[in-house]
Design a protein around this ligand. Sequence first.
Ligand SMILES: Cc1ncc(COP(=O)(O)O)c(C=O)c1O
Length: 415
Amino acid sequence: MALDVDRIRNDFPILSTKSHGKPLAYLDSASTSQKPRAVIDAVKEYYETYNSNIHRGMYEISMKSTDAYVESKELAAKFINADSYRNIIYCRNTTDAINIAALSYAEPRINKGDHILVTDMEHHSNIVPWLMLAKRKGAILDHVKLRDNSFIDMDDFDKKLESKPKIVAFTNASNVLGTINDAKLMTKMAHDSGAVVMLDAAQSAPHGKVDVKEIDCDFLALSSHKMLGPSGIGVLYGKEELLEETTPAIVGSDMIRSVTFESADWNELPWKFESGTPNIEGAIGFGAAIKYLNSVGLDNIREHEMGLLKYAFNRLEEVNGMQIFGPGKGDIAKKEGLISFRIKGAHPHDVSTIFDAEGIAIRAGHHCAMPLVVGVLGFPAVSRMSFYLYNKQEEIDRVIDALATVKRVLKIKDE
Ligand SMILES: Cc1ncc(COP(=O)(O)O)c(C=O)c1O
């Protein structure tokens, strides 16, 4: 169903603001998304009417905040088709979730000489926790090559699995290339070689259905702030049997069942991984974000973003000197709604600055994926525009105009 984008935009107060006197064109949702009024109101309502700690209080407003916190987890579980809220550990974000899995689950299970496998398109968040673990343990961090600088090289993946990695960690969708990986197939291949799979869903969960049962990943990480929710709250999903057998690395407060000066044991799932007072308002806002996404429909969001992607590709063809990274126009079905690019003769930071003066927010840099951007693509930085449910074609038209301004200001001649 086609989205009523004007109606959706009305739900996002920030989208009617101006930047440098021009209507804000927000094209950086891959970095963080904007928040609908429903999310803002849910957090405000919590602060104004039932702010209290969860679990500990035997009084009305504490029971209400506990219920709201658990309801948020139930929504998150359903959103990724997990069995129950017991599989949902709330943490700060994707980075935190991967670190928790690395420190709690993987740390005691990785030994000297073991292999851990990632890919060349990972965000630093899905490299560095594994790199540090490998260094601590004398293990080996391998990485799968890319094909056409765009896709996972499945032959190389197959080959790297021959070393029987204990952990295979990969992204469901690249934040630079937009590439959507076949998570189900890769998980099956990793399982067949005996590995446990960590799936980074930071860029996929906001934009389409991610089904942990269908994919069969062992762990999954995502961030609320990229999917209309507040920042400071994210999900580590884990299969129940793996979470049960994992000893938490960060301990204290509500995650304890009983404690003496001689020993401690842990609360039941998922609480045993949540030490200290959690981000209650974040969880409540995240619950509201999930409800909002469900009400719009992920399939509709995906369809809308594919439309924008197609439109952007068509319009960018008019621009001389553009270099676009990742899957191209013919592979839109395998790409999230983002385009990373360079324009010949312009530094991406200058491009962003000129765009900013036009009220257009895009991102420039290595996008926390240095092995990909610097190592594979061979640039210190690229520009990236990314779309979400509230973006419209007119904003892409403004990008095309801003690219002409870039050329004029930087005196770039068309070839
Ligand atoms: C693919 C991917 N993984 C992980 C992250 C890290 O997310 P966070 O900063 O919310 O921890 C990002 C953020 O851009 C990302 O795009």
